[in-house]
Design a protein around this ligand. Structure first.
Ligand code: NAD
Length: 440
C-alpha cells in the first residue's frame, strides 16, 4: 500500500528526493532529478561545497559538459537546494546515497561514510520512504551493513516502514550527465515491488533499459563490471610489456588483434586510477573471503606497477643520453587520473612522482585541470631532462614539439598514453619512448 502511494507520488513528480553525498556522482543525479521536475534536497558534510552549490556553482572543475549550466538552472529555479542538515530529509519520499566507498591499505572496504549516513538518516527517515544506495558496495552490503544500521537508527522495519534498494551508478567523469541519461541501470530492490518502484523513479532521468533484480545482484553487477575492466586493462598492459621487450609495437598489435571478431583488446597505458577501478575489484572479492583469488589480485598488481614501469622507461632513456646533470629533473604532464578531468584520486601520476622522488629525481608537475599545477606548460618543462605524458588531456594535443625540445635540457619525451606521433616527435629532435613500443 505504502509503495503504491510512493509510486503515485513519483509518477506525479510530487515525491521529494534527497541525495546524500554531492560529489562526482550525487551532484549530477540531484541536478537531473531537479531538472525532471522534482523537488530535490542535497545533503553533504562539506559546508564549503554546499555553499558553492547553493550559489549555483559546480564544485567539479574538469570538462563536464552541461553540468555547470544545469546546476545554475535548477538552483536558480529553486528545485534543488543543498544543506549540511539531515533534518531536512524528514520531508524526503526517496533518499539516494552517493558517498565514497574506498578500501583501506589491506583492500578491505572502508564504510565510515556509508555507516555515518545510515546513523544520521535513520532518526529522520519518513515512514514509507525509499532508500537507494547508488554508491558502489561489496556484495552483501545492503543486507549486512545498510539494512541493520538503518533499522537500528530509525527503529523501523525494512520492507514494512521503509524500503531499501541498490542501484549502482555507472558514470565516468567527463560524461556525467550523458552517462546518467544513456546508460542502463540495475534496480536491485529488497522486494520485487521495491525494485519495480525504483524503475518508476529512474525512468524520469534514464533513457535506457532499467532492469529489476535483488540488491546482491545489483552489487555484483557493478563490482564485476569494474573488476572485468581492470583485468582486461592488465592483460593489455602485460602484452605491452611483451611487445616492448621483443621490440614490437603493442598499439599496432592491438589494432590487428581487434580485427578478429569479439576480441576488443583494451588500451594499455601508464596505469589505472580514479575512485572506482582500483578499489571495486577488491569490493567484489570482499564479498566471498572463502574463494581463493588469483586473477583479480594479479590484475591489480600489474596495473599498479605500470607507473613504476614508466619510471624505468625514463631512466633507460636518460641513461642512453649519458645524462651529466645530477639530480635529473623530470616534468610530469597530467596529474588527474583521467583525460580532461580534475579528479586526482589514486592517480598513476602520484605513484610515478613518489617513485621518482625515492630515486632522487627532481619532479615538476603540470596539469591544465588540477589546482596547484596550472602554471605555464613551457615554463614548467624549462630545463628538465625529460617530459612524461601521463594523461591524455586534450589541452596537450597542440603541444609544439619543437618548442618542447628547445625548453628541455635533455630532449627526452616519454609517452604513457600513445598520445604523440612518434615520427613527429623524433623529427622535432626528441628522444621518444612510448609504453608498449620497443626502443626501435
Ligand atoms: N567517481 C566516479 O566516476 C564514480 C562512478 C560510478 C560510481 N561511483 C561510486 O559512487 C560513490 C561516490 O563516488 P564519488 O566519486 O561521487 O565520491 P565523491 O568523494 O566525489 O563524493 C562523495 C561525497 O559524499 C560526501 N559525504 C561523505 N560522507 C558523508 C556523510 N556522512 N553525509 C553526507 N555526505 C557525505 C563527501 O563530502 C563527498 O562530497 C562511490 O561509491 C563510487 O565508487 C563513482
Amino acid at each position: 500500500m505504502a509503495l503504491r502511494r510512493l509510486q503515485d507520488r513519483i509518477e506525479q513528480k510530487q515525491a521529494v528526493i534527497g541525495v546524500i553525498g554531492l560529489g562526482y556522482v550525487g551532484l549530477p543525479v540531484a541536478a537531473m532529478f531537479a531538472q525532471a521536475g522534482f523537488a530535490v534536497i542535497g545533503v553533504d558534510i562539506k559546508a564549503e561545497r554546499v555553499a558553492l552549490i547553493n550559489a549555483g556553482r559546480s564544485p567539479i572543475e574538469g570538462d563536464e559538459p552541461g553540468l555547470a549550466k544545469l546546476l545554475a538552472e535548477v538552483v536558480g529555479n529553486g528545485r534543488f537546494q543543498a544543506t549540511t542538515d539531515y533534518n531536512t530529509l524528514s520531508q524526503a519520499d526517496v533518499v539516494l546515497i552517493d558517498v565514497e566507498t574506498p578500501v583501506d591499505e589491506h583492500n578491505q572496504p572502508r564504510y565510515e561514510a556509508l555507516r555515518a549516513v545510515c546513523r544520521s538518516l535513520g532518526p529522520v527517515l519518513a515512514d514509507g520512504a525509499l532508500v537507494v544506495v547508488e554508491s558502489t558496495i561489496a556484495p552483501g552490503t545492503i543486507d549486512g551493513v545498510v539494512r541493520p544500521l538503518l533499522e537500528q537508527s530509525s527503529g523501523k522495519q525494512a520492507n514494512e516502514a521503509f524500503f531499501l534498494g541498490a542501484c549502482p551508478e555507472r558514470v565516468m567523469p567527463g560524461k556525467l550527465l550523458h552517462n546518467l541519461r544513456t546508460m542502463s541501470r540495475v534496480c536491485g530492490g529488497s522486494t520485487v515491488a521495491t525494485a519495480v518502484t525504483m524503475t518508476h523513479l529512474y525512468r524520469h532521468i534514464v533513457a535506457a533499459e532499467l532492469d529489476t533484480a535483488d540488491p546482491i545482484t545489483a552489487e555484483l553487477v557493478k563490482t564485476t563490471e569494474n573488476a572485468y575492466r581492470d583485468v582486461q586493462i592488465a592483460f593489455a598492459n602485460e602484452v605491452a610489456l611483451i611487445c616492448e621487450s621483443v621490440g614490437a609495437d603493442v598499439w599496432r598489435v592491438r589494432e590487428l588483434v581487434n580485427k578478429s571478431p569479439y576480441r576488443q583488446m583494451h588500451l594499455p597505458g601508464a596505469g589505472v586510477g580514479g575512485h572506482c577501478i582500483p578499489k571495486d575489484p577488491w569490493l567484489l572479492a570482499y564479498g566471498a573471503p572463502d574463494v581463493p583469488l588469483h586473477l583479480i589480485p594479479a590484475a591489480r598488481r600489474i596495473n599498479d606497477e605500470m607507473p613504476l614501469h614508466v619510471a624505468g622507461l625514463i631512466f633507460d632513456a636518460l641513461d642512453a643520453q649519458a645524462l651529466s646533470a645530477s639530480p635529473a629533473r623530470v616534468a610530469i604532464l597530467g596529474f588527474a587520473y583521467l583525460a580532461n578531468s580534475d579528479d586526482t584520486r589514486n592517480s598513476p601520476s602520484q605513484i610515478l612522482l613518489e617513485r621518482l622522488h625515492e630515486l632522487g629525481v627532481d619532479v615538476v608537475v603540470h596539469d591544465p585541470w588540477v589546482a596547484g599545477y596550472q602554471s605555464d606548460l613551457m615554463q614548467t618543462v624549462q630545463g628538465c631532462d625529460a617530459a612524461v605524458l601521463m594523461v591524455a588531456h586534450e589541452a596537450y594535443r597542440d603541444l609544439d614539439l619543437a618548442a618542447l625540445r628547445n625548453a628541455l635540457r635533455t630532449p627526452v619525451l616519454i609517452d604513457g598514453r600513445h598520445f604523440f606521433d612518434a615520427a613527429q616527435a623524433r623529427k622535432a629532435g626528441l628522444v621518444y619512448r612510448c609504453v608498449g613500443q620497443g626502443a626501435g
